[in-house]
Unconditional design. Sequence first.
Length: 324
Amino acid sequence: MSVEEIAAPSRGTSLERLILDFLAYLELERGLSRNTLQAYRSDLLQFGAFLDHRGLSAVEARHGDLAAFLSELAGAPAPAAAATLGRKVACLRSFYRHLRREGTIEHDPTAELRGPRKSQRLPRVLSRDEVARLLKEPSGTDPCALRDRALLETMYACGLRASEAIGLELADVDVQEGVLCARGKGSKERLVPIGREARAALESYCLRGRPALLAACRDDSHAPAGAARAQGWLFLNRRGSGLTRQGLYKIVQGHARRAGLEEKMSPHTLRHTFATHLLAGGCDLRSLQEMLGHADLATTQVYTHLSAERLKDAYFSAHPRATR
């Protein structure tokens, strides 16, 4: 066997090995979430299948091969969305930069790779009146109603992602000090203030709602194996185990439907609304960035555009001599 054959990774298993090494780097060194790792793995396997049709390995690919891959996705009968293509470009760049750092390749084929320009689609937000309607929906003293009120109030008060809300533990919330610790992307922690209404809802839930849900877990002989861990989670389901992403979505959609907001509403809508209302109230962009847990200020700046659009709408609908 020649030196070249020893040095060159074999086709078939080489991409799998490179992907595993790359994902391990992302998890251990950069702390990326499991969802991101799964998305990157799927993107790279799809790219590998494309290269197989061309008789190439990942280390043999050049800029033209990557551009052809993206072009094929964009021109398919069901073309990939710009955001999806952008994610694949980011994945490929990160993958090949890693190979370059490791000395697996000499030249980075993604150096000149450009993704599609994203359209500036502004996120949907709720008005103050719509927020009030939504937060009124969970009424009564039933344990689930107390939970739902505390959950919605906290998500709106703190701008939490769905994963951050369901990942909250009792120890993460200090109601007396009015602050909670949220774990964002890459397990990065940040402190966020809790407003008065959310604090009151959390106190009621922790005093009367959560203990009842936890008791249901202890009394249920068919409770899932993971229910024993529920004592640490803040938000519990009817069976006393930790709330899931699907469960959170059903809770938000159910109350949104009863408030007449189903078409405008998702769990992330509360995060967008939190940010927009803070900016409209005079919060500075840097503070908002920190509360949202954005690594890049540019991500936060979309809310300045949104606030400007809402101001224009308010102006043109209210001023007697304004015309579009």
